[in-house]
Design a protein around this ligand. Structure first.
Ligand code: DGL
Length: 267
């Protein structure tokens, strides 16, 4: 087995991180992926930095022990709170840098960031954006009701739209031209968010931004799986830390095709 043919490890607090897997599989179809959804300990988005760092270390160790060539921290909260404190022995990406880079490149000057409470409190997106373009006006808004709405499947109705209007009003009043979807679940709200912000605001999805970054960096490191035309599609295997019945529907909404979850203990 060469390093190139090993899978990429991806983890999230639950199955929402499959939005990042979907983006990776679109951009890098030949790559195999081992996915870990820490369903026993979610949500991360309301937890302290210490707790999220502890969980993150366990998740990375679990994936490392299964033989991977690189790690993608799909969870925005773990990316914001834990990734800066890790000293990984192999390539590792969080989603913040890639999302911030894409937003900084797209924006005319005013960027809105929406994410979980803990991600917003960390200021990670705003700090990354200001590093890239110090003159940017960045407005941040925690949207704690979005994750439960998505998990309930209420992504297309008037309730989701009313909640989105309430959260986004201050950002729209401030005149944002770009909005960063800083949470694994938010790509599922994209149609509602597009309606609420209107055509003048560009939506930046950290999931597809990180897929692009991973493709570039794996290539540069000589670690990219053989993606020659006709090469087989990479495999996808998913682990969860608690039974996943409740999330199966969400998983199917994000990824087509069958996905089975293997129950594991990462502690
Ligand atoms: N995965 C988390 C994130 O992207 C959202 C769900 C949670 O709070 O655990 O921030």
């Amino acid at each position: 087995v060469t390093a190139r043919s090993l899978p990429i490890g991806v983890f999230d607090s639950g199955v929402g991180g499959l939005t990042v897997v979907a983006a990776l599989r679109e951009r890098l179809p030949a790559e195999s992926i081992l996915y870990l959804g820490d369903t026993a300990r979610l949500p991360y988005g309301t937890k302290s930095p210490e707790t999220v760092l502890r969980y993150t270390r366990k998740n990375v160790d679990f994936l490392l022990a299964r033989g991977i060539k690189a790690v993608v921290v799909a969870c925005n909260t773990a990316s914001a709170l834990a990734v800066p404190h890790l000293a990984p022995a192999l390539p590792l990406w969080g989603v913040i840098e890639a999302g911030a880079e894409r937003a900084a490149a797209a924006s005319g000057g005013r960027v809105g960031v929406i994410a979980t409470e803990s991600t917003i409190r960390s200021d990670a997106y705003a700090a990354a954006l200001r590093r890239l373009r110090p003159e940017l006006d960045v407005r941040s808004q925690a949207c704690p009701l979005f994750v439960p709405l998505v998990e309930e499947g209420w992504t297309e109705d008037e309730i989701a739209e009313a909640v989105a209007r309430r959260y986004l009003e201050p950002l729209l009043d401030a005149g944002i031209d770009t909005l960063v979807l800083g949470c694994t679940h938010y790509p599922l709200l994209r149609p509602v968010l597009e309606r609420v912000v209107g055509p003048g605001v560009a939506l930046v999805d950290s999931a597809s931004a990180v897929a692009e970054q991973v493709a570039r960096d794996l290539e540069a490191a000589g670690l990219r799986a053989d993606g020659a035309p006709g090469a087989p599609r990479g495999e996808l295997h998913a682990y969860v830390t608690d039974t996943a019945e409740r999330f199966a529907r969400l998983a199917h909404q994000i990824l087509d095709g069958d996905l089975t979850f293997e129950l594991v203990d990462v502690t």
